[in-house]
Unconditional design. Sequence first.
Length: 270
Amino acid sequence: MLGTRADAEDVLQEAWLRWNRIDRDEVDEPRAYLFRLVTRLALDQLRRVKARREAYVGPWLPEPLLTSPGAEESTELTESLSMGLLVVLESLTPVERAVFVLREAFGFSHAEIAEMTGRTERAVRQLAYRARRHVDARRPRRAATPAEHREVTERFLAAAIGGDLAALLSVLAPDVAFVADADGRSETPRQPVRGAREVAEYFVSVVPFWPPHLGVEIIPVNGGPGALITTDGRPFLVFSFDIDPADGRLREIDAVLNPAKLPGRDRVER
């Protein structure tokens, strides 16, 4: 719903405090009550952070979650946590986002979601249809396999760090997009870079500025292909990739360099 661990923790803390202040004997269905409470708190939080994100320097990306090896094989995890899906959800209105998550991730009926969000059932049906159509437009017809993920990730990282223009062009889709989230804390493009030639030339141009003592670990990010780049053992950036299953080339590269979003190496989701 929120795209960052900190915002999610704030909402859950507030929900916990409210839950402890009520007479639970008066609650007939605790699960429904808690979903309604957290949903409404999350909607309020989304509206509050809107102005903060509008003032963000450069593109804003959801917080990356490092997931344990093998997690990319879980269709459910990949579907619910994927960076691509979270980015698409950012383009929905807060209520569309809530309806989509409650319907698709938790299987609530339109009537139940209407009660949670304070909308009519008819309005919820329309919101769910609009959100699903928007998400489906970005979903590939076939997912790449874990082996394909690793192979294309290795090729890209070797070419990007080594500044090999030809190798980069061979691994990038013609309409590839590169999005870097640094909040102005490092010299990264303030707008997405689009096109294979443009993205490849950008990575070649920044080769001299890679920090020393790089460590590269290919690890699932939000259940999909990704990599953690460290310098002297400290997180430097997290890459997340969207691979075109038709030809095995990268069609989106997301890079999170904002230190506030970088996970510690010990924060791997299991």
